[in-house]
Design a binder for this molecule. Structure first.
Ligand code: GLU
Length: 287
């Protein structure tokens, strides 16, 4: 049985880009006659905005998108994440790390790898064989396997291959401030919700190899992945909630724009008719 999901972070209202991700995951689930679930990704509590979760649910409903079960909230899932971390630790796959960003930048420079601004820096492995500082807050990192090259097949992007050791290195599972990392939370929750198909924006394709590695390390099944094209602003940048992007007015107009972006022809009728026609077209495009 197909299970899909939309997993917004409640850091603000939906925008045109997040509506596209929501619609694509909904269409794929409906085209497969499967279930569509909602997950509120509120692990990064300092970035969450009060009331944004309820607003997102209302905006989705105004576009005719209703989940088949009450949303799962990551803020309630700490015990499950702790169990997963303990399992990885028992297998020797976790180590503590006290490096600050400037420690990491210094270590990368010492290795002749200039840390680039604006991109995630690969962790140079400084604490792999023992944490420098015994005191103070420490993050928990995943010890990558010797071969961290991950191959996977994306339904839109095709065959992908990523050497996670080179691109990100041993990555954080739990931050020094105690917050759970997105990568761990997503993998644990996709499995707990029985998700068979992840449909989301292409910006998250760079997280997929890490998530596949974590699924393997935890003995969890891997879903299929479909990363859809991002909605870009006038400067070819991804729309994000932090931009002064025009606020989304949820409803038929926004739904038709999102359909067009996904290569689905808008339909003249009501929201229900638009969605019905979109499901038929989606099935032809992707299933
Ligand atoms: N919460 C993530 C975001 O809003 C999406 C996570 C996912 O779909 O895997 O960007």
């Amino acid at each position: 049985m197909y299970v899909g999901r939309f997993a917004p972070s409640p850091t603000g209202a939906l925008h045109a880009g997040s509506l596209v991700a929501a619609l694509a995951s909904w269409l794929d689930a409906r085209a497969a006659r499967g279930r569509w679930l909602l997950r509120i990704e509120d692990v990064d509590t300092p970035r969450c905005v009060a009331g944004a979760d309820a607003l997102i649910v209302r905006q989705l409903a105004a576009c005719g998108l209703q989940a088949d079960a009450p949303p799962l909230r990551q803020s309630t899932r700490g015990a499950a994440y702790a169990r997963a971390l303990a399992r990885l630790a028992a297998a020797g796959r976790v180590y503590p790390c006290s490096c600050s960003r400037s420690d990491i930048a210094r270590a990368l420079r010492a290795q002749g790898r200039a840390p680039a601004p604006g991109v995630e820096w690969p962790y140079p492995g400084t604490c792999r064989d023992g944490c420098r500082r015994a005191d103070g807050a420490r993050a928990q990192r995943l010890r990558l396997p010797d071969d961290a090259c991950v191959r996977w097949s994306d339904r839109r992007l095709g065959e992908r291959c990523e050497d996670v050791a080179a691109s990100v290195g041993d990555f954080v599972l739990r931050r020094a401030d105690g917050l759970w990392a997105y990568q761990l939370a997503v993998v644990v929750d996709d499995a707990a919700q029985g998700v068979t198909d992840v449909v989301r924006g292409e910006d998250l394709a760079t997280s997929t190899a890490r998530q596949l590695l974590l699924q393997r390390a935890l003995g969890l099944p891997s879903p299929r992945y479909l990363h859809v094209a991002l909605v870009l602003d006038g400067q070819s940048r991804k729309l994000s909630k932090s931009d002064a992007a025009a606020p989304l007015v949820p409803g038929l107009g926004a739904l038709r724009d999102a359909c067009r972006h996904l290569g689905v022809q808008p339909h003249g009728g009501s929201i229900a008719e638009q969605l019905e026609s979109a499901v038929v077209q989606w099935r032809e495009l992707w299933r």
